[in-house]
Write a protein that binds this ligand. Sequence first.
Ligand SMILES: Cc1cc2nc3c(=O)[nH]c(=O)nc-3n(C[C@H](O)[C@H](O)[C@H](O)COP(=O)(O)OP(=O)(O)OC[C@H]3O[C@@H](n4cnc5c(N)ncnc54)[C@H](O)[C@@H]3O)c2cc1C
Ligand code: FES
Ligand code: FES
Length: 466
Amino acid sequence: MVTFILNDETISTGRPSGYSLLDFIRYDMGLTGTKTGCREGDCGACTVLVGTAEGDRVTYISAVSCLMPLVNAHGRHIVTVEGINTDKISTVQQAIVDHSATQCGFCTPGIVMSLTAESLAARKTTPETAVASVSGNICRCTGYKSVEKAAAVIASALSDKQLSDPVSWLVDMGELPAYFLSIAERLSGIPPLPPEPAGARGVGGGTDLMVQKADLLAESEIVTFIDRKGLKGIRDDNGRCIIGAATTISELEHSELLKRQIPDLPSVIQLIASEPVRNMATVGGNIVNASPIGDISVMLLALNADVMITDGRQERTMPLKSLFLAYKKLDMREGEYIRSVVFNCSNDPPLFSFEKVSRRTHLDIASVNSAISLRMNGDTIVECHLSAGGVSPVPLFLNRSSAFLTGRKVTRETLLQANELIQEEISPISDVRGSKEYKRLLLRQLFLAHFLKLFPGRLNLSIDEL
Ligand SMILES: Cc1cc2nc3c(=O)[nH]c(=O)nc-3n(C[C@H](O)[C@H](O)[C@H](O)COP(=O)(O)OP(=O)(O)OC[C@H]3O[C@@H](n4cnc5c(N)ncnc54)[C@H](O)[C@@H]3O)c2cc1C
Ligand code: FES
Ligand code: FES
C-alpha cells in the first residue's frame, strides 16, 4: 500500500504504484482543483507541491502530478490547491486577482502552486526567480504580462522570508494553514515500502517513462529509484565528483560543488525542461532513457564521466561513452541499474561550454546540442572532450575530433579543420526537429560557439564562416 499525506489527510491506497498521482487526486479523491491538461508535463495545469521530510523539517518542490507515479508519493506530503486554503486568500492568490493574471482560470491552480513552491523555497525570491518558477505553466489567455506583474509583487512580499524555515514563517504570516507544522512528525510515522517485488520496472522521476508508458504503468506495480539507498546526493570524493543517479536536475542546478566546476551551470540548466519537471527528472533517468538529445547525457560525456552500475550485489564502472551501444540500447544487463556518475573535479576546473538549439528557447528538447570541456596550457589544448546530441542514434562522444583538437592551438584554421572531422563523425537523420543538412550546420555553429564563448575576442572568424 502506498501511503502519503494528501493536504491534511493521511491516505493509504491499494491502487497500483504506477498509477498517476493526478488521476488519484482528481478521480479517487475528488480534488478537482488540480487540472488535467496535456498529461505530458508540458502545460503545468496539474502542478502540486511535494514535501519531503529532512529531519524535523519538510522541503517542498513543485511537481507535475500527471507524470508522478503513486510510488513516488509514498512517505511524502502532497499538497493540492485545496490544501493551501486558510481563512483568507493568500498573497500569491491576491496578486493574481489584483493583476488580472487569471481569465478562464484553467491554468490558475497550477500557477498558484508553482508560485507557492517558490515561496516555500529556502532561497531568496526575486522577481526573476518568481517568473522562473512558472516556467512550466502554460496559459492560453493572459499573455503572461499580468502573471509577471503578479510574480513581481509576490517577490516583494517575500523580501523578509526566513530562509532557515520558510514553512513556519509562511504559517506565522497566515499564508499557509497551521497543519503544515505537524507534517514532519506525521511523515516520520509512515514506514518505508516493503521490499521491492523482483523484476518490477524501476522509475526515477517518471518524466520519460510516464510519458511513454502511462497506460501500462497505471496497472503495474513498479519500484522507485528515488528513495533507494546511496542513489542521492552530490559529493567530492578526493577530487572525483560523485553524483547519485537519483539526483534531480534541479539539485544539479543548485549544487555549489558543481557551480565551482561549471560557473554558468544554473543558466545552462534553465534550458532544460521547466522547473517542476527538473524537480522530478533524475540524472539516471536521462542516461537510461538514452535519448540521442538527452542534455544531461551530452554534458556528462564532455565531462568524461564514468557510470557506476550495480545489480545490488556487484558493481562495475565504465566510461559513459561506452554505455550507449545503439539507438536506445545500453550496455546494461537485466536487473542492473545506475548507482552514480563520476567525473574529475578540482580547484582548477577545465573550461566547459554547453550549447543547445531547439525550436523555442524554453521547455523544448534540442534539435542539436553539444558540450565541450578543455584543459589549456597557454594557447594549446592539452585535453579535449567534445560531445553532441541529435546527430547520431546515441548521445555521441566525438572521439576523433576530440583527439584531433588535443595538442593544437586554438586558431581559426584548427577549428575549421576540426569541423570537417566532426562532419565525418556524425550521421544525423531528417526528422521533425530539422533536416539532416540543417543539423550538420547547427552542430558546426554550436562547435564554433563553444570557442567564441570560451575565448572571447581571440578568434578571427568572419561572418561568412559563421
Ligand atoms: C515536458 C518535458 C520536457 C523535457 N525537456 C527535456 C530537456 O529539455 N532535455 C532533456 O534532456 N530531457 C528533457 N525531458 C526528458 C526527461 O525529463 C529527462 O530525460 C529526465 O532526466 C528523465 O529522468 P526521470 O528520472 O524522470 O526518468 P524516468 O522517466 O523515471 O526513467 C526513464 C528511464 O530510465 C530508467 N531509470 C531511471 N533511473 C534509473 C537508474 N538509476 N538506473 C537504471 N535505470 C533508471 C527508467 O526505468 C526508465 O526506463 C523532458 C521531459 C518532459 C516531460
Ligand atoms: S497535465 Fe499538463 S503538465 Fe500535467
Ligand atoms: S487563464 Fe485561461 S489558460 Fe490561463
